[in-house]
Structure formats: C-alpha cells, structure tokens
Design a protein around this ligand. Sequence first.
Ligand code: ZN
Length: 298
Amino acid sequence: MNNNNEIQKKRRRHMRRGTKLFVYAVVLLIALAVVSIGFRMFGPVNMSSSEVGNITTSITTTGTATSDTTTAGTPESSALNSTAAETTTGSKTGSSAPLVSNRYIQPAGAEWNIKLVNPWNPIDTKYSPPLVAYNGDKTKMFDSRAIDKLKALIAAGKQYKISVASLYRSIQLQTDLFEKEVKKVMSNQGKSRAEAETIAATVVARPITSEHHLGLAADLLFGGYPALDQSNENTPAYKWLQEHCADYGFILRYPKDKEDVTGVIFEPWHYRYVGEEAAREIMLRRITLEEYLQEKGK
Ligand SMILES: [Zn+2]
C-alpha cells in the first residue's frame, strides 16, 4: 500500500512539473507574440511620410486605407498656384497606423524610369532629372523623357477633363514646406524640435523622401472634382485611369490596402511614370512598384 502511495505521489509530482513546464512555454510564446506585434505597430517600422503639393487642400488622415479625409474643396483655378499638403501615412494615431512590413531597398544604379523614392529610399541629392515645362508652365516641370507620355495620357482621357495639379518638386521646396510645418507645430503645440518634426512628417513629406523629386510623379485633378482626396476613387476619371494609365507607362502609385508596402495612404490622384512594360505588369497584377522591383531584383 505504502509503495503504491509513493508511486502515485511521484506520478502526481511528475504531472505537476509537466503541467508547469507547459504553462511556462505557453506564457513565453504569448509574450513573444505580444512583443513582436508591439514592435511592428509602434517600433521603428511605423513610417510616416507625405508629400506637399500645389493644392491648398490639406488632407488629414487617420492613417488607415479608408481614412476620412478633410478637404477644403479648393476650386481648381485658385488651387493651382497655391501651396498645400497631401498627407500620407501618419504615426499620430498609433495602433491604427499602417504597418510597414516590406521595406525594400533598391540597389544603386537603377534606370531612371524605375528609380524608387520612398521614406526608406531617399533620393540621391545629386540626381538631377532633365526637366521640361508642361505646356509651357514653369511651375509644372516633368522629366523630358516622359512628358509626351503624360500629355498623351491627359489627351486620351479628355472626356474626363483630367488636369495636372502638381508635378516635379525640388528638394528645396520640400525643405521649405517641411520647415514651415515644423515651426507651426512648435509654436502651436509647444513641442520640441524633434517632436515637431515627427508630427510634421505626418502632414508634409520629409525632404528627399517625396517621389515628386524625380519629375516622374503627377498629381491629377479630375474634372468636376477639384480636390485631391480619397473620394476621387468614385469618379469615372479614376475608373478610366485604372484601365488605361498603363498604356502610357503610368501606374497608380499608392493603391488601397498597400500602405504597409508603400508607407503611404491610398492616393487615387497620384500617378507615376515607370514605362509601359513595368506599368502593364504592375497594374494588371495590382501590385506596387516596391513589390515589382523586389521581385525583379531591380
Ligand atoms: Zn503626389
């Protein structure tokens, strides 16, 4: 009897030890998962970027793909020569900010039409594209190697009254706009320089990270809808562009639900020239320039 009791006690002790080990393992796994999710959401991958255009509309966003946008509804005529901001993914909303899970770094020496400029691929400050004025307007410069394609695209979509809002932006212009926003945040919110820069970056792109520096990006206004906001998605012009922009070598650069790859919110108004071959594949497969380049190793 005694022996049997001893054996049973030992068995129970063994089982308790086994249960304890199992519980420890589960707790450890949960802790690891929490840490990794926390890192992705709040860690250094929470990139923010934005760009500044020639529109007085300041678009704010909650940082999600279908985020609400507030627009000033600026008439196109007065919008063209004024200054404003397009907001892209922001870190200000914390947990709702998109995750940047794919931060492809492009190897040096990429061809001009597929150069990647985003928050983690800043433009080489020595890069100077050959620029030409769009329809003689020197506030609207574009890469001379692609200007005919831009003109052809606009001409083809004539019935949708597509027009050009913002093309090339110099690093100096972006620097000025970013600086202005930083100063505004510092004085309005009493933030330190470093804090103000982080906040400003959710409204205005940090210099050298805006694709507009390449002279290959075009912000397009659609007739009858003169604001750059996400409801442009519901216009016939947008639908036409999705079907035809690749014919002219352009892509929708910041698609919906790809914020984690591009680091930028859905921008139905922003198109990028990449050349017809890349454009057709990107638009057909509904992928991003980042994904395309990574796949091709370009
Ligand atoms: Zn743009």
